[in-house]
Design a protein around this ligand. Structure first.
Ligand SMILES: N[C@@H](CCSC[C@H]1O[C@@H](n2cnc3c(=O)[nH]cnc32)[C@H](O)[C@@H]1O)C(=O)O
Ligand SMILES: [Zn+2]
Length: 433
């Protein structure tokens, strides 16, 4: 066995307990081989990582994002979802070249690796470019082509669906199994019923999950209720979109019956608190969903509605907004937010990870706790939820490979990626204006 040992840290276990332990990784399988106090000396490690003064935790799982939207970070702010998309974002996205998506994705991947994220689910265009970037970065992902059919003729819509299917087939299992795919109709209102039905049939035939935006704003929910006299998720369920393998983004405006349905079916809900606050979409009933047994994950959404991809920010927002929404300071406690951003997200998107356990995948973030804003260390779990920042991450490991060592990203050339992304972003918005 070729061993990579993480030595001298404190390890966060799936039940949020913390123990002093070394972590031994089998780099041939990419899995955690052993966890225990002072065990590193028993192994002839080919590589070691120093975790003295650090917390060793599962890599964070960003369960809903549009990574390449880093190119539009700060381009259009302070507007509600519908006009933000129609007036600013979609016109700019219409000018996207495959190379732009590659550059924006690489920028986002660096930002995620830097802040301890090892795994993500992405809905965007030019999936082959995204897959190539993921493969090079060493990260784990579930990818899909976002399908929109409103304001398109049938032939154009059919082309979008075909592209969705083509990339879903081509990249499922890519990058040594680190990449999986999903079929991704954008939302219940931006994809016509006829094409939603087609999406469901295609996903089921090919045995891949569906991922879509749902119940994000009242502007989106109200017309469905008026036209169909049924709640959006009752409509989605009638179409067959609420299954165990499926996961939806947002779930802000869900009623008790919809929450019950999600729990019953095992459908994942990806909570995106920063996007929901920034677009003033509303407050998702996260504690109610957790109480009902819904699998809740956390995502940043795109960097244009956040405006960063730091999952520590996001899980803190989830804990804070959860309390505000429930009018209860004990709602969405630290453990719940951390679990949602790790195991909850991984389970919701159907990828391994989110837990430090023997035999589990070695997807790990090592967080440096030796900083003034983390002193004193009364409770490291509290710190993880409320005080740690992405920039406190010291090492990031995915599938047993070191992606960042001592804050240096090893798999992508940071300087070059940032420069290319900035150049491409400037040229993109010039074309769009
Ligand atoms: N093939 C589609 C592309 C869809 S990709 C996914 C889309 O989701 C958009 N998006 C980003 N954030 C949000 C959000 O919060 N709600 C809904 N859509 C979003 C994003 O800008 C992108 O256009 C087309 O032809 O338009
Ligand atoms: Zn989104």
């Amino acid at each position: 066995m070729n061993a990579l040992c993480i030595i001298g840290g404190r390890v966060l276990r799936p039940d949020c307990s913390v123990e002093n332990a070394d972590v031994v990784i089998d780099t041939d399988t990419g899995r955690i081989h052993d966890i225990g106090e002072d065990i590193a000396a028993d192994y002839d490690a080919a590589e070691t990582l120093d975790a003295d003064g650090c917390l060793v935790m599962p890599g964070l799982v960003n369960a809903h994002t549009h990574v390449a939207m880093t190119l539009l970070r700060g381009y259009a702010d302070d507007k509600p979802l519908d006009s933000w998309l129609r007036e600013d974002i979609w016109p700019a996205e219409a000018e996207l070249e495959p190379e732009d998506v590659r550059a924006g994705t690489e920028l986002g991947l660096i930002e995620m690796i830097r802040s301890g994220t090892t795994t993500f689910a992405d809905m965007y265009f030019e999936v082959p470019e995204i897959a190539a970037a993921v493969e090079a970065s060493g990260m784990r992902a579930r990818l899909g082509h976002g399908i929109v059919t409103v304001a398109k003729d049938d032939a154009e819509a059919a082309t979008d669906i075909e592209e969705g299917l083509r990339v879903a087939r081509e990249f499922d299992g890519a990058a040594d199994g680190r990449i999986h795919t999903a079929f991704m109709p954008h939302s219940l209102t931006t994809v016509d019923e006829k094409f939603l039905r087609e999406s469901v049939a295609t996903a089921r035939e090919n045995e891949i999950p569906l991922h879509f935006h749902a119940n994000e704003t009242t502007d989106e929910v109200d017309p469905i209720v008026e036209e169909r006299d049924q709640r959006p998720l009752a409509y989605a369920d009638e179409l067959g979109m609420v299954s165990e393998e499926d996961f939806l983004a947002h779930g802000v405006h869900v009623d008790a019956a919809e929450i019950e349905l999600l729990a019953e079916r095992g459908t994942g809900v990806i909570h995106c608190p920063a996007s929901n606050m920034k677009l003033a979409s509303g407050i998702a009933p996260v504690q109610q969903m957790l109480d009902a047994g819904v699998t809740v994950g956390i995502g940043t959404d795109g960097a244009a509605s956040n405006n960063d991809l730091d999952m520590f920010d996001e899980l803190r927002d989830a804990a804070m907004l959860g309390k505000l929404g429930a009018d209860d300071a004990s709602a969405v406690p630290a453990e719940a937010a951390i679990t949602a951003a790790t195991a909850g997200s991984a389970d919701a998107i159907g990828l391994p990870g989110g837990r430090i356990e023997e035999g589990g995948v070695a997807d790990i973030a090592v967080v440096d706790l030796d900083a003034p804003h983390l002193a004193p260390a009364h409770d490291v779990v509290s710190h993880l939820a409320y005080a740690v920042r992405g920039s406190d991450v010291r090492h990031t490991i995915c599938d047993g490979q070191i992606l960042m060592r001592d804050r240096e990203v090893l798999t992508l050339d940071e300087e070059e990626v940032v420069e290319t992304a900035c150049e491409r972003a400037m040229a993109l918005v010039e074309r769009a204006e």
